[in-house]
Design a protein around this ligand. Structure first.
Ligand code: SAM
Length: 246
């Protein structure tokens, strides 16, 4: 059974909303991951997406990457999240910092937008909440609201994160791994009209938290380099894939 079926995501993320970013990304490893993630997303969007693009971020949570996406597309960026708590947190930030971001509460499986409305759709640390079969339905829905020629940027958990498999088993995550971690090939087949452009690694088993505390720029540089390396697909836990809808 997939993780999402164990609990109610809307309620769970509402309960987690206050202090979510500090809890998840507050220690040195979390800060390193977050910084590498932000740099990688910014680089991909700047390289491939037209700055006048109409953008949508799905499941932004409290908006960890919303400012990055916002900086790479035309205003207003639209964001959609399901959980009341996350939407409330995000609205508070948006009011103060990013008044040109439009926050909508809604379900990523039934987006409240017409076909082909956006030039770019992005989602991070989200699809791994669902079993692979549901991930396919989710990606089809994200692709539906994308215009032909538009870009889809999706982070997913890498099933080939094989080096860590025995450790994950020990920690009782084998079921989640089997059902929610996926491969580039499996996901590419989901979008028959899409062409996969580029894949980058983000989260690595190397724990560079200690280095990050002493020398953050070096730790980030090493991770960014690893992410661009083709072989990183074999061991990065998270991969970012960019499609173009044809
Ligand atoms: C792990 S958090 C990721 C937050 C953010 N993208 C990040 O990378 O930090 C998952 C987010 O998905 C949202 N979510 C869960 N189910 C959803 C659904 N069906 N539609 C839209 N958002 C959903 C949750 O409310 C939560 O904000």
């Amino acid at each position: 059974m997939a993780r999402a079926e164990f609990f109610n995501l809307r309620q769970d993320y509402t309960e987690q909303a206050a202090g979510y970013l500090d809890r998840r990304f507050g220690d040195a490893s979390g800060r390193l991951y977050n910084e590498v993630h932000r740099c990688t997303v910014r680089a991909l969007l700047c390289e491939f997406v037209n700055p006048v693009a109409r953008g949508l971020e799905v499941a932004p949570g409290p908006g960890r990457l919303t400012d990055v996406v916002r900086g790479c597309v035309a205003a207003p960026l639209c964001v959609v999240d399901l959980a009341d708590g996350m939407v409330a947190e995000l609205k508070r930030t948006v009011r103060v910092c990013w008044p040109d971001v439009a926050v909508v509460q809604g379900d990523a499986f039934a987006l409240p937008f017409g076909d082909g409305w956006f030039d770019v759709v992005a989602t991070f640390r989200f699809i791994h909440l669902f079993a692979v079969q549901r991930q396919r339905a989710l990606l089809c829905e994200l692709a539906r609201v994308l215009r032909p020629g538009g870009h889809l940027l999706v982070e997913f958990n890498n099933r080939r994160y094989g080096g860590a498999l025995p450790r994950l088993r020990e920690r009782g995550l084998a079921v989640e791994l089997r059902e929610t971690y996926t491969t580039i090939g499996a996901l590419s087949g989901t979008l028959p009209e899409g062409r996969l452009l580029v894949v980058r690694g983000v989260g690595f088993p190397l724990s560079l938290g200690a280095l990050y505390r002493r020398c953050p720029r070096l730790a980030v540089a090493i991770n960014l380099r690893l992410g661009r390396w083709r072989a990183s697909r074999g061991f990065a836990q998270q991969l970012l894939a960019l499609w173009v809808k044809t």
